[in-house]
Design a protein around this ligand. Structure first.
Ligand code: NAD
Length: 258
């Protein structure tokens, strides 16, 4: 699977899953814009991945239309085009719904859903002109399953499944395909933060959160790795035809099977 100079914009790529996808894309011959709220971390990631030729850092809050539009234009100015969008930036906030602050609900939905909408809108403008493009959304097992305490996250991740399928239909006549990757638990800063929070909310030990809540339904009690997700993201980006579109690919050690 090769990217041969293809240009990808990956949001939330200064950390975790997005960072690993950016690394894998550069290894496969792609050029990557590392778009993140955390500009210092994005710059460090871009430097590590090869500097100006293969990777650039782009300051972007995915919830802000002007920043998204400016970041996509920066990418196109630097690399001449945008072939692949990986809409990956995300956060997690857990509370029982009766205690869920409305501000946290709105913040989470904005990052996942407004972010996916705004980046898609800005990128397809360029993709439609060139008659090709790849949209990849970062969903979750929670695009298909629900868990207690995660009303906002489950709602957002189910929403992304809808956007994926809509974009498969809208993008088809422009040569643009759209798919969603749905990981199980991946040990990144996002998950590390949740372990003590869930232990507190559920009144159990952190060890039980990992064994029973996070890995309880997997077939082998293993965390999914960032490298597993990056391989699937490469497969979707480098796939030769538009046969594979509108699909949801679960990468979860069998936690959820469709
Ligand atoms: P992470 O915390 O390691 O990285 C998230 C990145 O997103 C950070 O660099 C952060 O600065 C950036 N970000 C946050 N808000 C932003 C904003 N408004 N604009 C731009 N960037 C922003 O998290 P991760 O675990 O790598 O998660 C990445 C994606 O994968 C998320 O969408 C998450 O929901 C999804 N996911 C993660 C897991 C998991 O277990 N880690 C499982 C399924 C899905």
């Amino acid at each position: 699977m090769k990217l041969d100079g293809k240009v990808a914009l990956v949001t939330g790529a200064a950390s975790g899953i997005g960072h690993q996808i950016a690394r894998r894309y550069v290894e496969a011959g792609g050029r990557v814009a590392i778009a993140d709220l955390n500009l210092d971390a994005a710059k460090a990631a871009a430097k590590e991945l090869g500097g100006e030729t293969d990777a650039i850092a782009v300051a972007m809050d995915v919830t802000k239309e002007d920043e998204v539009n400016a970041g996509v234009e920066t990418t196109v100015s630097a690399f001449g085009k945008v072939d692949i969008l990986v809409s990956n930036a995300g956060i997690q906030i857990v509370h029982p719904i009766e205690d869920f602050p409305f501000s946290d609900w709105k913040k989470l939905l904005a990052i996942h859903l407004d972010g996916a909408f705004l980046t898609t809108k800005a990128c397809v403008k360029h993709m439609y002109k060139q008659g090709s493009g790849v949209l990849i959304y970062m969903g979750s097992v929670h695009s298909h399953e629900a868990s207690p305490l995660k009303s906002a996250y489950v709602t957002a991740k189910h929403g992304l499944l809808g956007l994926t399928r809509t974009m498969a239909k809208e993008g088809a006549k422009h040569g643009v395909r759209s798919n969603i990757i749905c990981p199980g638990f991946v040990r990144t800063p996002l998950v590390d933060k949740q372990i003590p929070e869930q232990a507190h909310e559920l009144g159990i030990t952190e060890e039980r959160v990992v064994k029973e809540v996070m890995l309880g339904e997997t077939v082998d009690k293993q965390f999914t790795m960032t490298t597993d997700i990056a391989e699937v993201a490469l497969f979707l980006a480098a796939f030769k035809t538009n046969a594979l579109t509108g699909e949801s690919i679960l990468v979860s050690h069998g936690w959820h099977m469709v």
